[in-house]
Design a protein around this ligand. Structure first.
Ligand SMILES: Nc1ncnc2c1ncn2[C@@H]1O[C@H](COP(=O)(O)OP(=O)(O)OP(=O)(O)O)[C@@H](O)[C@H]1O
Ligand SMILES: [Mg+2]
Length: 449
């Protein structure tokens, strides 16, 4: 069932329920109010009959003149014994006797529909002393009142039907109007699916001030984000292929050189083998970095443990000192900084930052650790070439390298900081870089304790 049909059915069903409830109440209320005077009239009449002493003596019940004087047109008067049998009955309209006699112990009344006309019956107990000996029943045909109630009933039924029909027609139009934006949204989504290109909802849709307008804005934002992601992905694949192609081309040309002249010339052979080795190494590093980036997208990439950050930092610092023969100073206000994290990945994070600092500077490098209440700040400070402020927003993008870095023979791919950022993100921390060209760079990492 479509949403539209569901809305129409639901609103109509609810309307029918309300109308039936109200109309029943209204009918009941009007019937009771308007029948009241007739009821009072008949009860009054019963009281005046009961004033006769003879009626309280069953011996007189068969007397033909007992009730005569009280009978008027369109009425019936009867005396019913405690055995439920009719003892005396007078009527001026035959239709009234259809009503079955029954014994009651208190004053009651009934409205009965006989041959499309409503008749009112009142029953009053007859006493002899304290003992009930029978029931006096008076019936009356309420022709006018009946007509009036019939008109009322027809009016209520017609009104209900009219309201329901109008409501169905109305909801047919308003659901069309209300659901129009959803149809538009659906159309846009289908277009996206069919043409495999991103499309946004037009201004008319997003300018709405209701929930659908908000939905439209969110939808457009989502499409922008997806577009951006797809662009990023495309750029990543293009960059990766480009980076992979360069060493492969070099390897290929050296291998070709070896094949042609390498057998006779040991100089050429040496040069080619060294170049091939170097490029294979570069290729291996690149593939390693790419694998890490791919892995970082996986849920179970990190193995969390309780650890001392100081131990990790010191071990990374001394490893780099030994490997690159450079000075790395560790400055900390605390001897140990307990954190929850993946020790291997945190060490890798430091190696990436130190690797950059070593590559892009020549003076000693400082690592500052400032423990806070619920986080710890780690800064890697170098006094190297630095970079322009306008580069900073792109520094964590994959394959981003400044021209200065490209011209230097440092052999990076621009993946280090992208990996560093995913490590920090996965630890719930933040990473920022501040830099001045020619003065140096500070990379600040905050990790939750
Ligand atoms: N300490 C730094 N000083 C100056 N420039 C830096 C520093 N760290 C990073 N950069 C700049 O940011 C770029 C991206 O750094 P990133 O570590 O991601 O790549 P990379 O060092 O070039 O290569 P990779 O880390 O993949 O070997 C670098 O190419 C360099 O231009
Ligand atoms: Mg790097």
């Amino acid at each position: 069932m479509s949403l539209r049909v569901r809305l129409i059915v639901l609103s109509t069903a609810w309307l029918i329920f309300i109308l039936v409830l109200f109309n029943t109440f209204l009918y009941w209320f009007i019937v009771n109010i308007t029948a009241k005077s007739e009821k009072e009239l008949l009860f009054g009449k019963a009281q005046s009959i009961l004033e006769s002493r003879r009626i309280h003596d069953p011996g007189y019940w068969s007397a033909p003149d007992l009730l005569d004087e009280f009978l008027v047109s369109d009425e019936m008067i009867r005396i019913i014994g405690m055995d439920g049998l009719i003892k005396q009955e007078l009527q001026s309209n035959e239709m009234l006797v259809v009503h079955q006699p029954h014994v009651t112990t208190r004053e009651t009344y009934t409205i009965k529909r006989i041959e499309k006309t409503r008749c009112l019956y009142v029953q009053v107990p007859i006493f002899a002393g304290n003992e009930q000996i029978g029931v006096l029943e008076i019936g009356r045909v309420l022709t006018k009142w009946s007509l009036y109630i019939d008109v009322l009933t027809s009016a209520l039924i017609l009104m209900t039907i009219g309201a329901v029909v109008l409501s169905v027609i109305g909801s047919f139009f308003y659901t069309r109007f209300l659901l129009h934006p959803l149809r538009q949204l659906n159309k846009t989504m289908q277009l996206i699916q069919q043409s495999a290109t991103f499309r946004k909802l037009d201004k008319e849709f997003t300018a709405r001030t209701d929930e659908l307008g908000k939905l439209g804005i969110t939808f457009n934002e989502m499409i922008s984000r997806l577009e951006e992601l797809v662009q990023k992905q495309k750029r990543f694949v293009a960059d990766a292929s480009h980076e992979l192609r360069t060493p492969l081309t070099i390897i290929e040309s050296y291998a070709d050189m070896l094949k042609r002249w390498g057998s006779g010339d040991p100089e050429i052979r040496k040069e080619a083998v060294e170049a091939i080795l170097e490029e294979s190494n570069r290729l291996k590093n690149l593939v390693g970095s790419l694998m890490q980036l791919a892995e970082s997208e996986q849920e179970d990439w990190l193995q969390f443990a309780e650890l001392d950050l100081m131990t990790v930092i010191r071990s990374a610092a001394s490893a780099m000192e030994v490997a690159f023969d450079r000075e790395v100073w560790v400055e900390s206000e605390a001897d140990s900084v307990p954190v929850t994290g993946d020790p291997m990945k945190l060490k890798q994070l430091l190696l990436i930052l130190l690797d950059n600092a070593i590559k892009y500077s020549s003076k000693p490098i400082r690592i500052r650790i400032v423990p806070g209440d619920d986080s710890v700040l780690v800064q890697v400070v170098d006094q190297g070439i630095g970079l322009e402020e306008q580069m900073l927003p792109f520094i964590f993008d994959r394959f981003f390298r400044t021209d200065r870095a490209r011209t230097r023979q440092t052999g990076g791919f621009g993946l280090g900081l992208a990996i560093a950022k995913s490590i920090v993100d996965r630890h719930g921390g933040t990473i920022r870089m501040a830099s001045r060209p020619g003065r140096g760079t500070v990379v600040s990492v905050t990790l939750p304790c």
